[in-house]
Design a protein around this ligand. Structure first.
Ligand code: ZN
Length: 411
């Protein structure tokens, strides 16, 4: 019986869901409730109210968390991660810091391709442990729902196998996993992009038949997949009725944002180099822009995604860690703190970006992303009396507790 009361929260951020992701002036609206309380019964939220009022109806003896002096958020949702990999790329980062270019790194055998090689040759036990280690750290960072991608296999068999490993890992973590097929991550060595695009198209029916992946993630990036090739993959997604996501404009302006929105992508991620002009031309849309501050930091990009312009343009914005073989960021709470100065997002905007808008980016808005009656009892508790404190707590272990489906996971 997953029954729980959380009471006495200094501030409870309800982030009420009005049936669409938050955008524009509403992006930062947290719907704070002082002295807030939540009642969860059978894993589902049944009441949200000031503590005294809530206890009048739900004062039965159930496990109770006293959140005095704390802030309660909807469970954080990490909507962009690649935790299934082997090998390490710490050495190539040192080379980049010393001035090496991406081309030089690739020529020396580094980059995503080196992870593909290491992952293809790793045994299942090693990959399972890599996943478990990542899940434990991501959970400690306050996350309750996690999107995980394949994409370090790049042959039909190895991609399907990675999806299977991700599916099997569900039993080993309390995190709610959302699995994406990222066949079009990069173009494998020795194959041209057109041929590989066709191979991904042909693999898609097998991915559907396998029934594990909920999303088809497609890269549109200069030097990898052109807008035409990406558009073919978006069409294939539509034909096979699997919702699409996009990796777009991470390294160069690549018409990724425009192509993703035209292709009906649920979300498009990175957008570091999306030109302002393209954001203005595309204008308001339902595609969630998922921005990745740690990726921009570690990749030392020469510009940042223009979060302010996206928000002004009525585009819903989400944020994520981009945990992957070259970015070992596991704290989404830290990502929220960083997004504030990095993108000039307010605490409210960044928190909505990692909760309700991230839920929309994963099509999980029906049952999570806000603290409302009928949604899952997923909460992230912060050891601060106001959510704004999160943006001042960079580097602090800023999690007071995690509740998933009414169960206290990390008291
Ligand atoms: Zn990624």
């Amino acid at each position: 019986m997953n029954d729980l009361n959380v009471i006495n929260a200094s501030q409870l951020a309800r982030i009420r869901d009005h049936g669409a992701p938050r955008r524009g002036a509403e992006q930062g609206e947290l719907d704070l409730l002082a002295d807030g309380a939540v009642a969860i019964r059978d894993g589902v939220i049944v009441a949200v109210a000031p503590t005294a009022e809530l206890l009048r109806q739900y004062g039965d003896p159930v496990p109770t968390v006293d959140a005095s002096g704390m802030t309660v958020l909807p469970g954080l949702i990490e909507c962009h991660s690649h935790p299934l990999f082997s090998g390490s790329r710490h050495a190539e980062y040192q080379l980049r810091l010393a001035g090496a270019s991406l081309e030089e790194i690739a020529a020396a055998g580094g980059g995503i391709w080196s992870t593909v090689v290491a992952t293809r040759t790793a045994n299942e036990g090693e990959l399972d442990s890599a996943l478990d280690r990542a899940y434990a750290r991501i959970l400690a960072g306050g996350v309750t729902t996690l999107e995980v991608k394949s994409g370090y296999g790049l042959t039909p068999e190895s991609e399907l196998h990675q999806l299977e490993l991700l599916e099997r890992s569900r039993a080993r973590t309390p995190l709610g996993l959302v699995i994406s097929y990222l066949g079009a991550h990069v173009v494998p060595q020795g194959v041209d992009a057109d041929t590989y695009t066709l191979e991904v198209e042909e693999t898609l029916p097998r991915v559907i038949e396998q029934g594990i992946a909920e999303f088809h993630d497609i890269t549109c990036e200069q030097g990898l997949f052109t807008p035409d090739q990406a558009a073919r993959l978006f069409d294939a997604s539509r034909r096979h009725a699997i919702p699409a996501k996009a990796h777009a404009d991470a390294w160069a302006p690549s018409e990724g944002w425009r192509t993703a929105v035209a292709g009906g992508a649920v979300s498009a991620e990175h957008l570091t180099y999306t030109p302002d002009e393209e954001i203005r031309e595309v204008g308001a849309c339902d595609t969630v822009a998922v921005l990745l501050p740690q990726a921009e930091l570690i990749y030392m990009t020469s510009r940042r995604a223009n979060a302010r312009l996206l928000i002004e343009s009525e585009v819903p914005v989400a944020i994520a860690t981009d945990y992957c073989s070259s970015i070992h960021a596991t704290s989404l709470a830290l990502t929220i703190g960083l997004a504030a100065p990095w993108f000039r997002m307010t605490a409210g905007e960044a928190i909505v970006a990692a909760t309700l808008n991230a839920a929309y980016a994963l099509r999980r808005n029906h049952d999570r992303g806000s603290i409302e009656v009928g949604k899952r009892g997923d909460l992230t508790i912060l050891p601060f009396d106001h959510p704004n404190e999160l943006t001042l707590a960079i580097g602090q272990q800023a999690i007071g507790g995690v509740v998933i489906g009414g169960q206290v996971i990390k008291p």
